[in-house]
Write a protein that binds this ligand. Structure first.
Ligand code: SF4
Length: 461
């Protein structure tokens, strides 16, 4: 059992029975569910919209190499610069070089999971660059010295009171500050930072090949400020975000908003085609895009699981997942949590360290049902499990038990040889552990054959 797995088991046990945590998540999720139901009602045919979005992403992934090159050509023509990063280290090297080249001392950031993936904040702080999250949720987790709890709502695990207490502790704001007070406080605090930052760093929701542009969607306007005021804009984007062009946003933007937050469309949707032109007054003088692979091509090489690259990171599968709702976002110990995190993490990172996540699912299928790009998530979890078994990454004892189980199930004789008391003993000692200490293990009274014989006798009387 790896340390990661041990930690996962310990944390899920702890968080799963934390009633205060459950109450907060339940409250926040109920608001989300209501908003999404309302948002979906605006579609005359939501299934058709989901199929169209799925097809766009499928075609994009199938043509990933061509589209990425097309993007590079067009973005360069627009005056921008593209860097390719095959892994976290290369991405970090590019950033360090840019920090040195432009003498960057302060950075404002808009919400981006790719930057979480490479632990950008830590890197910047280590290099004495002041970094400030400008999305309110991200700002809250930054000052709390935490990581995002959820890919769309980073501070979902905190109640209003906990946030007010945090601000009181950090900034001496009134103890009973309202969300409005805190929002205004952060807005004022950030304003100067936007004006004075040397660089703005963002992610990107979509990469537009035909226009050579990055599309960014957000609700607070902080993304727009991050890219408008600083002279340098650096976008760090996963390569799977590529789509053919601007017309595809017709469906992708609304479907992302509806499934992410229940909106018909997010409040701010921007397209960055490169640095500002001579005729333009706003925008950065220099724009870089770092295209991050970091295991994505490894996932692309998996014929059955590459479908996961269609993900638009709306977070709907996390919100729907009964496992996520109980054990919470931090237990996964990954950048991407919930069903999609369980599917992709073992491909993006070390298989042995994260393979347990593919088994942490009841396979109820709710995630697949809600996914706006129709990723068959529970099937992909099963493919992951299959690969783990085929690659012999399970423990010896598990393999031995499955071998014995298979033998017995394929031949009733073997099952009957074992006395019922011994079977109960095995169930109590090994089964109880897997079944969990809080659930009562069942007791076998008689074998299937004995039951069957009784039934035949009963029916023939
Ligand atoms: S897998 Fe689907 S539901 Fe989950 S985050 Fe990605 S797009 Fe959203």
């Amino acid at each position: 059992m790896t340390n990661n797995y041990k930690k996962f088991k310990k944390e899920s046990e702890k968080v799963g029975f934390d009633l205060h945590h459950r109450k907060k998540i339940k409250f926040n999720m109920s608001k989300y569910e209501y908003a999404v139901d309302t948002g979906k009602a605006y579609y005359s045919n939501i299934e058709l919209a989901k199929s169209s979005a799925s097809l766009i992403k499928q075609v994009s992934i199938a043509n990933l190499d061509k589209l990425l090159k097309e993007f590079e050509r067009n973005f360069t023509k627009n005056g921008g610069l593209v860097f390719w990063a095959s892994d976290e280290k290369e991405a970090k090297d590019h950033i360090i070089n840019l920090i040195k080249k432009h003498n960057i001392k302060s950075v404002v950031k808009s919400k981006s999971m790719t930057t979480e993936e490479i632990e950008l904040n830590y890197l910047l702080e280590k290099n004495k660059v002041e970094v400030l999250e400008t999305d309110l949720g991200e700002y809250i987790v930054q000052i709390a010295n935490e990581k995002p709890y959820h890919i769309v709502t980073p501070a979902m695990h905190k109640s209003k009171k906990e946030i007010a207490d945090l601000f009181h502790e950090k900034f001496n704001t009134p103890k009973d500050s309202t969300p409005e007070y805190i929002t205004n406080y952060v807005r004022n605090k950030l304003r100067n930072k936007f004006l004075n930052a040397d660089a703005g760093i963002t992610g990107g929701n979509f990469i537009l090949a035909e226009q050579g542009a990055i599309a960014l969607t957000e609700n607070e306007g902080n993304g727009l400020m991050t890219t408008s005021f600083p002279k340098i804009h650096i976008a760090i984007v996963g390569i799977e975000k590529i789509i053919p062009g601007i017309s595809d946003l017709d469906i992708l933007w609304p479907i992302l908003a509806t499934h992410g937050t229940g909106q018909r469309i997010s409040a701010y949707n921007s397209i960055f085609t490169g640095p500002k032109k001579n005729s333009e007054t706003n925008g950065p003088e220099i724009m870089y895009v770092i295209l991050l692979d970091n295991g994505r091509t490894k996932l692309l090489a998996q014929p059955d699981q590459k479908e996961a690259l269609k993900c638009i990171r709306c977070g709907a599968c996390l919100n729907a997942c009964p496992v996520y709702r109980n054990i919470g976002g931090y237990t996964y110990n990954t950048t991407y949590s919930g069903p999609i995190g369980s599917v992709i993490t073992q491909h993006l990172k070390e298989l042995d360290e994260y393979k347990h996540l593919s088994f942490a699912s009841s396979l109820c299928g709710k995630c697949t049902e809600v996914c706006p790009v129709k990723i068959d998530l529970q099937k992909l979890l099963l493919y992951n499990r299959r690969d783990i078994v085929e690659k012999k990454r399970t423990t010896k004892i598990e393999r031995l038990m499955m071998f014995a189980y298979k033998k017995a199930m394929l031949n009733r004789k073997y099952l009957e040889i074992v006395p019922i008391d011994f079977k109960n003993k095995v169930l109590r000692s090994f089964g109880q552990k897997a079944w969990g200490k809080r659930r009562e293990i069942f007791e076998l009274k008689e074998s299937f054959s004995e039951q069957w014989k009784k039934r035949i006798r009963f029916n023939s009387n």
